[in-house]
Ligand binder design. Sequence first.
Ligand SMILES: NC(=O)c1ccc[n+]([C@@H]2O[C@H](COP(=O)([O-])OP(=O)(O)OC[C@H]3O[C@@H](n4cnc5c(N)ncnc54)[C@H](O)[C@@H]3O)[C@@H](O)[C@H]2O)c1
Length: 389
Amino acid sequence: MPVKTIRFGIIGCGLMGREFASAAARWCHLTEFSVRPEIVAIGDANPSLFPWYRDHFPSIRQATADYRELLGNAEVEVVYCALPHHLHREVYCAAIEAGKHLMGEKPFGIDQPANAAILACAAQHPEIFVRCSSEYPFYPAVQRIGAMIEAGAFGRVIEAGAGFLHSSDLDPQKPLNWKRLVAFNGQYGCLGDLGMHVCHVPFRAGWFPRNVRAICSKIVSQRPDGKGGLAPCETWDNATLFCETTDPGSGQNFPLTLKTQRIAPGEKDTWCLEVLGTRAAARFSTKNPRRLELLEYSGGEQVWGQIDMGYESAFKTITGGIFEFGFPDAILQMWAAFLHELEHGRPPRRFAGCVTPEETALSHALFTAALQSQAAAAVVALPDHNSRT
Ligand SMILES: NC(=O)c1ccc[n+]([C@@H]2O[C@H](COP(=O)([O-])OP(=O)(O)OC[C@H]3O[C@@H](n4cnc5c(N)ncnc54)[C@H](O)[C@@H]3O)[C@@H](O)[C@H]2O)c1
């Protein structure tokens, strides 16, 4: 099969920029794929990051500290932006206006006005393909849960929950970085960092919160500033959102609990999802990445079963179905979904697609309401989904 090359530029060459580059480097892992990414340009304010890219990607012909130069490069067709949140609005809009397809990182704008500006820009350029990164739904067990949601297999949804729990900030001696400062990370704090990850599946399922009661916590109040002193941590460490949500299948409301925690003792980096319905229930956690817990109920005994999912991925790969699936695989699958949709105009299945700009707007409506709820210690109503899209 002839393979078409799509030329990429990366703006923001830190942690996530390298994850994308690594996925592009093992694109041959995917089979039956008619397009492949080629990284031709990189941009970052910190040029000390460039040698790693240059060493591994001879296709790179431009490295610049000024992202505008990269956007002016006619060779670049698609841009991946992995920048601190305060830069999302400016750089995402500039990329769209420069005629580049865009994969942006979450939260897709530091706050709701920034997100609205990015969406307005995308709306003025409908020919540009715009998506937001979120990789966890590409774990095989989550793909299976998505297929069950699509098929209505849960019956009436009784309750659902999603969480992203890690303990990378449990150590109070970990130095401060941009993610603890409002100017760079935004008022959302952990919600901006982790929130889109827990909203992706519920939103794709059509489970849009009608209202929210949020409880947010700041747990470590100051950290080493890297210069021998201490600096205040300004952003929320943990947030739990209790939402009332409508099940589009039954039209009935149910509780949806979304947890985003940077200080979750015992959790290294756990993404989890639980759906409880009248006909079936399912649980998944990246703690046991191959295990899907499933209960199917048609009367009689209720028996939880465990399925070893192995490598049942959304996009076919060379890896045998019995083997384990992990974080870099989820990243590769997400990028396969991005390029598939860019090329074919739609995802192969509802849950095998990247987050849309509209879904990011829903997340901003939720996180903004969550901050209001936290401030007022009250339940805050969200606008009706239909009036927001
Ligand atoms: N999808 C995920 O799983 C995931 C995981 C972590 C972070 N993220 C998101 O990715 C984005 C980046 O996070 P990260 O962890 O990669 O951060 P990072 O700090 O590792 O990388 C950010 C890069 O941006 C560069 N930068 C800063 N200002 C710049 C400017 N004006 N011009 C050009 N470059 C500039 C920095 O030098 C740095 O290399 C954020 O939006 C974050 O929320 C996503």
